[in-house]
Ligand binder design. Structure first.
Ligand SMILES: [Zn+2]
Length: 216
């Protein structure tokens, strides 16, 4: 016979099991250390079902950030105001927390989006995703010295975790990536190479689900 207490315990266990179906989907939101081991995230449809009515699907090519059209190849974005973090990435799609990014400067918003996009191309490495965002910002013309300062001010508040270096270190690394991107842009014009058409990156390795930073 089941006592009330046993039922309560069983109920609790069922909740735990239910929560385990998409553990990474939940963790995806945090820009936290647990994000590092997922190789197969939910499909975008599964994610939308799970995220609930507030989440909005945006087809690739349709997303604008402060009026500026952005894309990450053909990948769609899910706008989810309940996401724990500013942005996240699962294989094949991006997540942007429109509520959380409100109030950030345009450069920081574009950085968040581009960092998540970076995971789609460079894989799980956080520093590589940051550097991808810097290169993209320079090449696409939305990142300048002031934008970099904004990004550094934003990121420097973050502590870091097992996979994310501390914010100040990320800032330092991004300054280098930015300088390199500016430099290689200059070299290109110096050698009279026509302005680069955005290079289509080679097919990405299957990315892991990532997010931008530690939970705040
Ligand atoms: Zn990341």
């Amino acid at each position: 016979m089941l006592s009330k207490r046993t039922l309560a315990v069983l109920g609790g266990a069922l909740l735990v099991v239910a929560g385990a179906v998409y553990p990474r989907a939940i963790k995806a939101q945090d820009w936290a250390g647990q994000e590092g081991s997922t190789t197969n995230g939910p499909t975008v449809q599964d994610y939308l079902n799970q995220a609930g009515a507030d989440a909005k699907f945006v087809e690739h090519g349709a997303l604008k950030i402060d009026g500026r059209a952005v894309n990450c190849g053909k990948r769609p974005t899910v706008l989810n105001p309940n996401f724990d973090s500013w942005g996240g990435a699962f294989p094949g799609f991006l997540i942007l927390n429109t509520k959380k990014i409100t109030g950030l400067t345009t450069a920081v918003k574009l950085y968040v989006y581009s960092h998540e996009c970076g995971h789609q191309f460079v894989g799980p490495d956080e520093s590589a995703a940051d550097c991808f965002a810097m290169r993209r910002g320079v090449r696409w013309g939305w990142l300048d010295a002031q934008g970099l300062e904004d990004i550094c001010a934003f990121i420097s508040q973050l502590k870091g975790d097992a996979v994310h270096p501390p914010g100040p270190k990320r800032c330092e690394d991004m300054r280098k990536c930015y300088a390199d991107a500016i430099e290689s842009g200059k070299n290109q014009s110096a050698s009279a190479i026509p302005p680069a058409v955005p290079v289509k990156p080679s097919p990405p390795p299957l990315p892991q689900q990532r997010s931008l930073a530690p939970k705040q």
